[in-house]
Design a protein. Structure first.
Length: 102
């Protein structure tokens, strides 16, 4: 699985403020940040997919994938991350407005 952060994303206060002002719920923001923290220079690859991220945080896979599904439903993640698929990819997104989500 390949994971990309939004273009120009950094851990700067300006980018973090944009995330905090987004329509994402606190729980989906936390999942977003968990995924973003796995990236280096805007990207992350793990052949285990989300199972690898869950293992890194010590969270049961089923619990973590539920969080990821809620993040996708809220518009904070695009693509279809799949475990064991080298060609699967997803992108973290910061929705600007609630209307962008639905």
């Amino acid at each position: 699985m390949n994971l990309q952060t939004p273009k120009g994303w950094t851990n700067s206060p300006k980018c973090l403020a944009k995330l905090l002002k987004s329509p994402l719920t606190p729980a989906t923001r936390e999942t977003w940040l968990m995924l973003a923290s796995m990236t280096k220079n805007g990207s992350f690859f793990d052949y285990r997919g989300m199972a690898g991220v869950a293992a890194e945080y010590g969270i049961p896979y089923s619990s973590f994938i539920s969080r990821v599904q809620r993040l996708r439903a809220a518009g904070g993640l695009t693509g279809r991350p799949q475990t064991g698929k080298h060609d699967s990819s997803c992108q973290l997104v910061i929705p600007e407005r609630l209307e962008d989500v639905f």
